[in-house]
Ligand binder design. Structure first.
Ligand SMILES: [Zn+2]
Length: 281
C-alpha cells in the first residue's frame, strides 16, 4: 500500500509561511493498493491537490474510479470535494461513504453545503462526474484487494457522528482516527482493539492534555500515543495539527514525545504527518 498525505491541518487551512513545511491544507489522505485501487480518506482542502495530481492518469480521460471515505461532515473534512477538475470530468465516478446525521443523509448534507448560499458550485447537480453516496456501516467491504472496516465514534458526546477507518491488504494495515474525543475507558478499549497490530495509525492530535482548555472535542496527543501503545501499532502519525501550531513548534512537540517514548524504551515510531509525504509498506 502507498499512503500519501495531502492535507494534515485541522479546523481551518493555514497558508502562512511558518506552517508550510508540515502543510496548511485540511484533512485528506490517499491510500493506493498494490493493484492500483484508490481510496481517499476525507476531502478537506488537501483534496484539491490530490485531485489535480490525478489528472495525468485515467481521471484526466474520464475513466477514473475513486472511493472516498468521509469521517465526518465538519468543514475541514469535506469542503475540498467539489473543486478539483477531476470531479467535473464526465465519465469519472466517485463512490462516497460517510455518516448520515440528524440533519439528513450525507448526500443531503453535501448538497446543502454546496447550495448557492454557501458555494459557487450551486449544488451536487453541477458536479460533472457521476457520484453516489452510501451510508457507512460497521459491515466490512472490499475495494479490489483492500478490505475496509469502519468504527463509529463521536466528538465527546453523540451529537455528531464520526467514523474511523481501517484498511487491510494482506498483512499490511492502516488505521485512521479523526477528531474523536475519548470520553471514557471503553472508547480507549474499542479504539485499541480496532487498531490492533496496524502498521500505521494516523490519529488526530491537535492539542496536548495540558492545552485542553483550547478544545474540548478532539483527542489529544497523549490519547493518540496511549491508543498506539495499547494497540501495539508500528508507527503513529499525528495529524489534524492545530492551526496555531507552527512548524517549529510541531518539531518541538515531536521531540518531546519521542524522548518520552525513548525513556520508556518503546519501539513505537512517532511522526507528525506532513503534506506531500508518501509512505509505502
Ligand atoms: Zn476536524
Amino acid at each position: 500500500m502507498d499512503i500519501q498525505f495531502w492535507g494534515v491541518r485541522g479546523y481551518v487551512p493555514t497558508p502562512s509561511p511558518e506552517y508550510l513545511r508540515y502543510g496548511g491544507n485540511t484533512c485528506c489522505t490517499s491510500v493506493t493498493g498494490s493493484r492500483g485501487e484508490l481510496i481517499v480518506i476525507d476531502a478537506g482542502t488537501g483534496f484539491c491537490q490530490f485531485g489535480d495530481a490525478l489528472l495525468e492518469g485515467p481521471f484526466g480521460r474520464g475513466e477514473g474510479e475513486m472511493i472516498a471515505l468521509i469521517s465526518q461532515t465538519h468543514w475541514d473534512h469535506i469542503l475540498g470535494l467539489p473543486f478539483p477538475a477531476v470531479v467535473h470530468v464526465p465519465g469519472n465516478h466517485l463512490t462516497i461513504y460517510g455518516p448520515d446525521s440528524t440533519r439528513g443523509s450525507l448526500g443531503i448534507i453535501y448538497d446543502g453545503v454546496l447550495s448557492p448560499v454557501y458555494s459557487p458550485v450551486y449544488g451536487l447537480a453541477n458536479i460533472g462526474a457521476t457520484h453516489d453516496f452510501r451510508s457507512i456501516t460497521s459491515e466490512p467491504f472490499s475495494v479490489g484487494g483492500l478490505t475496509v472496516q469502519a468504527l463509529p465514534c463521536s466528538h465527546q458526546d453523540d451529537t455528531s457522528s464520526i467514523w474511523s477507518y481501517r484498511i487491510d491488504e494482506g498483512d499490511s494495515s492502516i488505521v485512521y482516527f479523526a477528531d474523536m474525543r475519548y470520553a471514557n475507558a471503553q472508547m480507549f478499549n474499542d479504539a485499541a482493539d480496532f487498531a490492533r497490530g496496524a502498521d500505521m495509525l494516523i490519529h488526530s492530535a491537535p492539542y496536548t492534555r495540558a492545552e485542553s482548555m483550547r478544545d474540548s472535542a478532539h483527542s489529544r496527543v497523549e490519547d493518540a500515543i496511549e491508543v498506539a501503545l495499547r494497540a501495539e501499532v508500528r508507527q503513529l502519525f499525528l495529524f489534524h495539527h492545530a492551526p496555531s501550531r507552527t512548524d517549529d513548534q510541531l518539531d518541538e512537540l515531536l521531540a518531546h514525545y519521542r524522548a518520552e517514548l525513548a525513556a520508556q524504551q518503546s519501539p513505537l515510531i512517532l511522526e507528525a504527518a506532513q503534506e506531500g509525504v508518501k509512505i509505502s509498506f
